[in-house]
Design a protein around this ligand. Structure first.
Ligand code: ADP
Ligand code: TRP
Length: 331
């Protein structure tokens, strides 16, 4: 990634961060902030189409921000802010509505999935679809275009949204002349899907998560609940099919990983012992970050101060874009 490129990404505050989020999303972002200027925001406005409890949104916003800060996000390079602190975002979103074909929204994966589900069950095609869901891609295009982003690192499931932002930028430029850069999605290196307690993808929707900064005793309890097959301690076990090993890989160094793999293959290690080894590893890696996370969560004014500073920095760019767009559209 070239250093002069503007990188932007958003994270939705829809739940307590878990170990899957840590490996798949938060760690790569913290890593990236070491060498790249990045706009990074908590996408609380994007949560509104599914979450209607302000207390929850606020709590998860703090948890997400505190996690990133505790993990050592470089706050000089990363402009960390709350999406809803930038009024210009809804302004741009509304402006963009006027150049966005309705048909583009009909093709959005998440909307299409709802329509298919409704069709199968014989309900009205748009049952349960609010305009927040339907226009979600326009709001996301506004996020991306407001800050002149070049590069948008996202998970695979968000690639279409970034492509839509490109399309919408193109429609605007065609009508009003060169205004927006065309952003590129960058799909993070496959860190693989982290399995949850029941072996399926770790996800809050399956209620099988290990909260990232759960206190040690809770972390231990959760790890001990990981479902395994019924092999005896003596039997050789396949590490590549084991949730325990799949998690361990992301916390240990190469030598430790090779040793643990051998212990699985050799036999002689029961799953209880394997879980204890996994717990001790994760706990030792996460303890310093957890301590800082707990300190921040007990001092939310510090998180607010960081988010407010980020919003001030973001607003400078946002205001410039809005005045340019207004001039182009309204003269
Ligand atoms: P959830 O599945 O719990 O609802 P989200 O869909 O909100 O999680 O995911 C937020 C980010 O965390 C995404 O970038 C996603 O790719 C990443 N992520 C979530 N679960 C996992 C997992 N089990 N393994 C790897 N990455 C994950
Ligand atoms: N829609 C993204 C998600 O569900 C979050 C998001 C909102 C985002 N705005 C963004 C990601 C802009 C990248 C760029 O994960």
């Amino acid at each position: 990634m070239a250093d002069d490129k503007i990188v932007l990404t958003g994270i939705k505050p829809t739940g307590t961060p878990h170990i899957g989020n840590y490996i798949g999303a938060l760690k790569p972002l913290v890593e990236m902030s070491k060498n790249h200027k990045t706009f990074m925001f908590i996408a609380d406005l994007h949560a509104l189409n599914t979450m209607h409890d302000p207390k929850e949104i606020k709590q998860y916003t703090y948890e997400m921000a505190a996690s990133l800060i505790a993990m050592g996000l470089n706050l000089d390079n990363a402009v960390l802010f709350r999406q809803s602190d930038i009024n210009e975002i809804y302004q741009l979103s509304n402006f963009l509505m006027n150049v966005t074909p309705k048909g583009l929204m009909n093709r959005a994966h998440s909307y299409k999935a709802m329509v298919e589900k409704n069709t199968e069950s014989g309900a009205d095609v748009d049952a349960g679809v609010n305009m927040g869901l339907y226009t979600y891609p326009v709001l996301m295009a506004a996020d991306i275009l407001l800050y002149n982003s070049d590069i948008v690192p996202v998970g695979k499931d968000q690639k279409q949204h970034v492509e839509f932002a490109r399309d919408i930028a193109g429609y605007f430029n065609n009508i009003y002349g060169e205004t927006f850069k065309l952003p590129e999605p960058v799909i993070g290196e496959e860190s693989g899907t982290i399995p949850g307690l029941d072996g399926r993808k770790m996800s809050k929707s399956y209620d099988n998560t290990i909260p990232l900064f759960a206190p040690s005793n809770e972390l231990k309890k959760k790890i001990m609940r990981i479902i395994t097959d019924s092999k005896t301690p003596e039997e050789s076990k396949n590490p590549d099919e084991s949730t325990i090993f799949q998690m361990y890989k992301h916390f240990a160094n190469e030598k430790e990983i090779a040793e643990f793999r051998k212990m699985f293959l050799d036999g002689g290690m029961g799953y209880g012992t394997a879980k204890t080894i996994l717990f001790e590893k994760i706990d030792s890696v996460l303890t310093p970050e957890r301590t800082e996370y707990e300190r921040l969560m007990a001092n939310k004014n510090e998180i607010d101060a960081i988010l407010n500073t980020g919003a001030e920095r973001a607003r400078i760019v946002a205001a410039k874009t809005i005045s340019k767009v207004k001039k182009k559209m309204l003269g």
